[in-house]
Design a protein around this ligand. Sequence first.
Ligand SMILES: [Zn+2]
Length: 401
Amino acid sequence: MAEKTVLRCQHVATMAEGAPPYGLIEDAAIVLSGDRIDWVGSWQDPLAQQAGPVIDYRDRLITPGLIDPHTHVVFGGNRAVEFEMRLNGASYADIAGAGGGILSTVAATRAASQQELLDTALPRVDALIAEAVTCIEIKSGYGLEPEAELRMLRVARQIPQLRPVRVVTSFLGAHAVPPEYTGRADAYIDTVCIPTLRAAHAEGLVDAVDGFCEGIAFDTAQVARVFDAARDLGLPVKLHAEQLSNLGGARLAASYGALSADHVEYVDAAGVAAMAEAGTTAVLLPGAFYTLRETQAPPIDLFRKAGVSMALATDCNPGSSPLTSLLLTMNMGCTLFGMTPAEALAGVTRNAARALGLTDAGTIAPGQRADLAVWDVSHPAELAYRIGFNPLHARIFGGEA
Ligand SMILES: [Zn+2]
């Protein structure tokens, strides 16, 4: 039997659903056994005091380790120059003419070796880890050709061998139409995207299948063909949907029992109802909303009323969200979208786990993985309230500090 350790602290936010808010326990203890949580409750309970050696975190707060359920952290190149051009007055056409936009990231990703992609992704992963992130979702989608898509996913699979973090992958071949298929999106889906998905799955590289349903990307019929292929392989799906317009992507995703529909600023009441019915989580991405200076916020009230669970993610990517702070993302979720601090914390713990189909993470309860964060704060609302401040005291991954 694994040796037990007791963590004592002022507050534990278990993030259990329902009352009290945050699942808060005062003068609390968590008993760890190996890489699992064995017990959580009051320090006054004899079970806690007799379980094993105690680590006393005093007046601190313990939450589940944070989960970033939507990132594109593996990519080649850098779009800072494009950012500068835009702010110096260049038009979108000027930037595209100079080789900018998503296709510049595709070109740089195709040109990068696996080692180069890994070397540039790790500092971004480290920034997330420094804020208590213990699980990261990582997508392909900048290769858009078989070998480069596989390379991105291989890099994602390497990261947990080099860092104490869990990685969940999504195949995002249907992210954009590559330049060699301009005007032939259907041919790209059928002859490149779907065969590459099958190859990536055969190599064990795919945990879920994603797409981008938008006027500038793929329509619902094209995404449906990718989702049919995912279903044949037994893989769950998710979708970038209703970011800039309402094409019915959220409804399509829900009809496939999607884990999540992401962005969803423009989702309508029918889309929200379909998501509620299917148990599809709304993954909200305020970093992209901020960077693109969007004005239509996602319908938080509709999600609340329908009982759609809401998650938050950095959407870390070089174009629309060069963001590697999940704490700042929580603040943006509150300030830009009107989420409560409790919803923001649930969004990067319990609901982020749900968005990834994980049942052993995101809450502090017996049997869950011992992925925890110890914070130098007295109340959980401080995590979403402060801007540019990291109060992390300790991070515990699989029971190891
Ligand atoms: Zn994205």
